[in-house]
Design a protein around this ligand. Sequence first.
Ligand SMILES: C[S@@+](CC[C@H](N)C(=O)[O-])C[C@H]1O[C@@H](n2cnc3c(N)ncnc32)[C@H](O)[C@@H]1O
Ligand code: SF4
Ligand code: SF4
Length: 418
Amino acid sequence: MLERKPLVSDKIIRKERDAKVLLIDPERSSWVVVSKSMADLLCKLDGSKTVEEIIRDTNDRVQKDVSQQLISGFEKLFRLGVFKNDDDYSNYQSQTLDQVYFNLTKKCNLQCIYCYASAGMNNALKEMPLDFWNNVVMQLKQLNPRSSICLTGGEALLFDGFWRLAEKIRENGLGLSLITNGTLAKPDDAPRFKSLFHNIKISLDSLDENINAVTRGTGVLRKAMRFIDRLIAEDFKPTIMVVVTKENAHRLSEFKAVFEDRVNMIYQPMYVMGRASDDDILGLTAAQYYSALDSAKIDKMKEENTIVRNRRLVWCGMGRNVLSIEADGRIYPCHLLHNEELKLGDLNQDDISAIWSRSSFRKNSVDDIEECCTCEIRYLCGAPCRARAYFVKGSIFRKDPLCPDFIRRSHIDNMFTS
Ligand SMILES: C[S@@+](CC[C@H](N)C(=O)[O-])C[C@H]1O[C@@H](n2cnc3c(N)ncnc32)[C@H](O)[C@@H]1O
Ligand code: SF4
Ligand code: SF4
């Protein structure tokens, strides 16, 4: 270590908060939080001196022996991959198709007021039969045997052949998850769910019937809770998915208080799409969303595309790592973007491998997005939700409307506390 000549990028960005300094290397998705004196030292490292020489110079300058302190500081910095001449600097996000949404039906027994899929029992969209989906499973296995399928909709449990499809997916070794409103599952099926699904996400907006009823309907809470409790009794850890709106924003901490660690929690803002765009009286601004999560001590921007040191996250995944298949076989880059102008193909005419290979979104990156391409944390952030940009600003090449007040602010907070 003493022989190495550390080099810090001349593009380094410096942000100060209290006595701490956050240094960000925008090109390398690298960051570190250090004291002011260490930040001053690091910003001068141009690769010309060894660690040993740097320590000697510093000892002379401060006229005392700070060698041990600096050695452990440098060890940590090398471990974190902060320096430009580190060998372990990697890599870009995956190029493989990792997750495919099977929207089995547009029918739903509920009528949630914000439903982006505009699902309901009256939805007459054509549905493909079990054979069709089984065939897609085999195609996907060939393309990427390590990929995962998420069954969703509408309400996936209304699909005739739900269990046989789940079994087919698992027999072929693919990952399997489910997003469900939790009201149709028979409690006695809990062991079967446990044996087939890696992850079960149940949607619920509040543990207060009056609040949950506003967005998800009367009596839904009791049924969904029955399913959650049965899964927990089977030693399965379900995930509760909460859509945060003006209705429940002040009560978000209740889930943790009641379930502690027996469930995983996912919170997401309400997207203004589908039925939610009919009358957007429930949506929160980015700043309100930040405050709602912050006051309930909920992690922000740490879920799915969590920032990773020394890995460039360049795209949200749509059309590249993720595809979504509509109930009728049409295929889109994301389950939130079932829009004709973004359609990638139709599985009634082509196979998934050909459609995915042609997807132009595989080449896109955060550098293609106006307002993001000059951002110093762009490769840490990867410019999340293209669907929000599309629905709020009219283009997938605009900045996510939750930035800066939620996204950027949360990333900077997370870096300071990392
Ligand atoms: C369309 S639903 C389909 C699966 C199932 N019916 C359910 O509700 O869990 C998928 C997920 O999207 C959420 N969702 C629906 N509309 C939304 C919106 N406008 N904004 C954010 N999330 C939404 C639902 O709460 C659910 O967690
Ligand atoms: S959010 Fe889910 S449960 Fe609610 S209407 Fe849409 S598909 Fe049905
Ligand atoms: S969304 Fe915001 S934080 Fe993320 S890259 Fe774009 S400007 Fe930067």
